[in-house]
Design a binder for this molecule. Sequence first.
Ligand code: SF4
Ligand code: SF4
Length: 357
Amino acid sequence: MAKEMREPIETGCPDPFQYMHPSMRRNFGMWAYHEHPKPGVLLHVAKNGDKLWTIKAGTQRILDVFTLRTLCQIADDYSDGYIRFTIRSNPEFFVTEESRVEPLIAKLEEAGFIVGGTQNSVTTLSHTQGWLHCDIPGTDASGVVKSMMDELIDDFKSADMPNRVHITTSCCQINCGGQGDIAINVQHTKPPKINHDLVANVCERPSVVARCPVAAIRPAMVNGKPSLEVDEKKCICCGACFPPCPPMQINDAEHSKLAIWVGGNHSNARGKPSFQKLVAAGIPNNPPRWPEATAIVKRILKAYKEGAKDWERINEWVERIGWPRFFEEVELPFTKYHIDNWRGSRKSLNSSTYIRF
Ligand code: SF4
Ligand code: SF4
């Protein structure tokens, strides 16, 4: 194997072949078909007749060392020492005999993990890195994931949605976090509060001024020190000035809310390119269980499950029934703010499914 490995590089993923189950390596590009014997289990059959069962489990998303060791021990004992994690932090195990599937599932469940997340299920919410790795979070996205998945556990285990459902959360308002059928994103509702004593020592003022998308920040002298000021009439409360200048504090327990969006290109199996649409704004960012946001997500999932045709993704279902009718189905208010009438979006935003570099 060592000869086949490529040289390490400083960016990007490591060579995945070194971590693959031997059956996967042997049959790379040579699979004939795959089946879905039950929720949480996939069966891949190679052209030479080799069979590989993949068993998927759910986790709490951010993992402690104890949990990782437990999962690795299960992989050593039941899965030939191989484990991998999907982008949604679902561990996957591999066996080459059908008789080893059920003992592996029993062991995972005994250790407190749930098995599911395949085909037409609600798979684990993905969230961005938040407090662990990033410098600009406005909320604890991993907490939203854990508390919401606790409520959606049956939909993870059962695979009886019309099509797969991906849900995402973000921890700030400006960057990652909208790549799903349903997205739960932070929404700041007031301009940043500036700590003028710190600005001169901490912030590069020209970078901060350049960062504002609506030119609302100006250099200013405050109490004899160089600082900044914000034109609050222009400010759209996006939070983009907080990363280069932490003294412009925008996170706020009361005024930082959550907003829920649906649809878009990530929720589209065969329709035209489309944007995500705002469903609800100003939802309380209410730890530790976020009950208000979870209730809205559950309403959307219930209406989708009852109303969509087989294999329709959420975006296709919304497009078919129409935006006002969607609000009737989920029993949420349809207001003038939900009408997408911004003509500039046709030219200036990325509205195609093509990958661009
Ligand atoms: S959503 Fe924002 S705060 Fe969270 S990881 Fe991405 S950039 Fe950082
Ligand atoms: S929050 Fe956004 S719009 Fe408001 S001042 Fe900061 S960068 Fe500008």
